[in-house]
Design a protein around this ligand. Structure first.
Ligand SMILES: *Cc1c(COP(=O)(O)O)cnc(C)c1O
Length: 364
């Protein structure tokens, strides 16, 4: 058996006819940018999250940097973010000239809510919460903190479509929820795509203007914007997948539960979910002191795995200018050396799951 870390083809073939019909309809319509499909998707995705408004954008990174910008955050400002995130979260902050301030994760890989307050200064303007690997962070504590210190709250939901904290969907706790629909995400398009959700009508309007060169009416530009539009083809394809999110998420939860019940190897630490939170298992991340040897062991038995992420942003070349060195974030750095994402995707067969479990249990 040969098992890849992710299989996006399975997700396509499951609804092949619907995807192909939707794509053909757009191709034959003669209308490709900002039309009916995008408006309908925005309505449907807002309803899915229970947010009032959704604005389609070109990518998850665009959602993040535009959110930071439209909340008025820039040069001289600080934004708090967890150290163990995908670099896009951090770029969403630094692209605006603001400084990312890193906070360590808790044992569930989410931002350690109890360590946020000590990082707040008079320059702090916002907290960016990343619901990493698909698990909702401790939103009760974080919402309270943001209220107490009058901070904006941005959620990076690129991995958490459908994940909830105390029954409320991620993306709806703060000012803006930022989503990516990159093909490998839980709600994936067939190219780059993203969106924001918000309950603030005025902010939603600003996003709509900003994504289209700062114009509401063609050739009347009210601000310097960007080209960050979700296109009709991606919106139509997303509309095929969106109504199936409940069953697709339940399938991931079943696979995760099966892993948790059956992987038993004292060398391996399994993931656990925060109380009050649900996880949609964008990744199933295990930890092992001898991670690289485990990875090779699995590779030799034809199981592909990925490290999310081998180099934490504060130690990457890109953020050398911040001046942090090894040892600055010990928990983040320990996780970077020991985490491993094992195969997890919709359409994963029981045989594939059993094979992965067997190989991991054989590791000595
Ligand atoms: C994928 C991802 C992004 C960026 O999304 P793109 O659509 O690839 O730009 C941002 N944050 C996190 C946590 C992600 O996983």
């Amino acid at each position: 058996m040969n098992i890849m870390p992710n299989r996006m083809d399975r997700g396509f073939f499951k609804y092949q006819k619907d995807f192909e019909d939707a794509a053909l309809k757009v191709l034959r319509s003669g209308w490709y940018v900002l039309g009916n499909e995008v408006s309908r998707f925005e309505e449907e995705f807002a309803a899915y999250t229970s947010a009032k408004y959704c604005v389609g954008l070109a990518s998850g990174l665009d959602a993040l940097w535009i959110a930071v910008r439209l909340l008025g955050i820039g040069e001289g400002d600080e934004v708090i973010v967890q150290g163990n995130t995908y670099i896009a979260s951090v770029m969403g902050i630094s692209m605006n000239g603001a400084t990312p301030i890193f906070v360590e994760p808790n044992e569930h890989y989410e931002i350690n809510a109890d360590m946020i307050e000590e990082q707040i200064t008079e320059r702090t303007k916002a907290v960016m919460v990343v619901h990493l690997y698909g698990m909702a962070a401790e939103m009760d504590k974080i919402v309270d903190l943001c209220k107490k210190h009058d901070l904006k709250l941005i959620e990076d939901c690129a991995q958490s479509h459908g994940a909830c904290f105390n029954g409320q969907m991620t993306g709806t706790f703060g000012d803006v929820g930022c989503f990516s629909f990159y093909p490998s995400k839980n709600l994936g398009a067939f190219g780059d795509a993203g969106a924001i959700v918000t309950n603030d009508e005025n902010l939603a309007k600003k996003f709509k203007v900003f994504r289209n060169y700062g114009s509401e009416k063609r050739y009347y530009n009210m601000m310097v914007g960007a080209n960050s539009r979700l296109d009709e083809l991606q919106a139509a394809l997303l509309r095929v997948r969106l109504p199936h999110m409940k069953e697709l998420t339940e399938e991931r939860i079943r696979i995760a539960e099966y892993y948790t019940e059956n992987i038993s190897n004292t060398l391996i630490k399994l993931p656990s979910v925060i109380e009050g939170s649900t996880c949609v298992w964008h990744q199933y991340v295990i930890r092992c002191e001898e991670r690289d040897r485990l990875m090779q062991f699995m590779k030799d038995r034809r199981i592909g795995t990925i490290i999310h992420y081998p180099i934490p942003p504060h130690l990457s070349e890109a953020y050398k200018y911040l001046g942090h060195s090894e040892g600055y974030l010990p928990v983040t750095e320990k996780y970077a050396k020991s985490v491993l994402s094992i195969p997890m995707y919709n359409g994963m067969t029981k045989e594939e799951q059993d094979y992965v479990i067997g190989v991991i249990n054989d590791f000595k």
